[in-house]
Ligand binder design. Structure first.
Ligand SMILES: Cc1cc2nc3c(=O)[nH]c(=O)nc-3n(C[C@H](O)[C@H](O)[C@H](O)COP(=O)(O)OP(=O)(O)OC[C@H]3O[C@@H](n4cnc5c(N)ncnc54)[C@H](O)[C@@H]3O)c2cc1C
Length: 331
């Protein structure tokens, strides 16, 4: 646990935020700038990967609000590049282009997600929030205290701490751990969409500025060229979405099945072949279903980001929604 031994002074907070993804870090920045004593709790010390790299044009002003000019040298994020739009093969075989040129910014951004999330966390600390990494939210209980509403228990592999807070914010993503602890569950699922992701690398050139989207018989694909610090390493992410209970999902979870399904795609497989891409690493999975809590807030607590509501990745709105909600806390 990245903290000193707890004492009275560092266990009493105006706001405790659980989860330091984009929603938690941005919420911490907003509240710390308002002079609130903020504790930001994150269970992961480091993450091996994170899906979701496209920032649509309407998110750019929010990104600048929280991170400054991330394209400028002072605040730059490694490998980040401008995107031009989406090319989708959806209802017909004819590719449709959604061009970002016709938006207010004229471009979107592809970010290296681990670096992007880390930059937001770092700005939260600069704004005055206290960040504890490697620490899990365990439970919370209401207390009858004139100053504080909550007593909560957080723990690392080696110790457990009790903290008090006036307000709790659930930013724990789709798991919504605080809301669940309070008995507020997500509404019953409408779909079982799951994402199966495979990384590819090539030694040649790929300056494709578009997100490629393609319908499949039991789901849909997307592929993005990825930001990378290494100039000699070109990487691409290919993701298949399908309902988890379908046989195709079981195929997609295994290399051989994923390769077979990909070979049946009409645009993404030829694109990979033309650039000389080869798969690297293992297939990773992540839930991608639409989800929302029965209630987003209550007495002295609220949920922000995917904890409150998570969308099908086709919307490309996850980060925008998280940042937008965090910025409105300041208005
Ligand atoms: C396949 C796929 C593609 C996507 N593509 C895009 C895209 O192109 N553009 C886009 O904008 N969005 C995309 N998204 C969605 C986007 O990644 C999410 O909407 C975004 O990460 C939500 O941010 P968040 O902070 O709410 O949650 P998260 O990023 O999930 O952060 C939650 C944090 O809470 C922590 N946590 C959980 N439980 C606990 C606990 N008990 N104690 C302490 N910490 C805890 C987790 O470790 C995590 O760091 C995609 C998602 C998927 C699955």
């Amino acid at each position: 646990m990245s903290s000193t031994r707890p004492d009275q002074a560092n266990t009493a907070w105006d706001v405790v935020i659980i989860g330091a993804g984009p929603a938690g870090a941005a919420t911490a920045i907003t509240l710390a700038k308002f002079g609130q004593r903020v504790l930001l709790v994150e269970e992961r010390v480091t993450a091996a990967f994170k899906l979701g790299e496209s920032l649509p044009p309407n998110a750019i002003s929010l990104v600048k609000h929280f991170l400054g000019d991330i394209e400028g040298s002072a605040h730059s994020i490694p490998g980040l590049f401008r995107t031009a739009g989406n090319i989708s093969v959806w209802a017909t075989e004819q590719p449709e282009v959604t061009d970002f040129f016709f938006t207010l910014t004229g471009f979107g951004l592809n970010v290296e997600r681990l670096a992007f999330d880390e930059a937001l966390r770092s700005n939260a600390v600069t704004a005055g929030a206290t960040l504890l990494k490697g620490v899990r939210f365990e439970s919370c209980a209401r207390i009858a205290d004139s100053s504080f509403n909550w007593q909560l228990r957080i723990s690392s592999d080696t110790q457990t701490q009790q903290h008090r807070a006036r307000y709790l914010v659930d930013c724990s993503g789709r798991r919504a751990v605080v809301a669940r602890a309070l008995g507020i569950l997500p509404v019953p699922e409408h779909d079982r969409l799951f994402a199966y992701a495979q990384w590819f690398s090539c030694a040649g050139d790929d300056d494709d500025p578009y997100t490629r989207i393609e319908a499949a018989p039991h789901g849909w694909w997307y592929s993005n060229r990825l930001p990378s610090e290494e100039s000699d390493e070109i990487r691409r992410l290919v993701v298949l979405h399908s309902d988890k209970d379908l046989p195709v999902a079981k195929m997609a979870a295994r290399q051989q099945g994923f390769d077979q399904l990909l070979s049946e795609s009409t645009h993404i497989a030829p694109l990979l072949k033309s650039k000389g891409y080869r798969s690297c690493g293992t297939i990773r999975g992540a839930p991608a279903n639409s989800q929302r809590l029965q209630r987003f807030c209550g007495d002295a607590w609220m949920a922000v980001g995917d904890a409150a509501q998570a969308y099908d990745p086709l919307s490309s709105q996850g980060m925008d929604k998280a940042l937008k909600r965090a910025v409105t806390l300041g208005t």
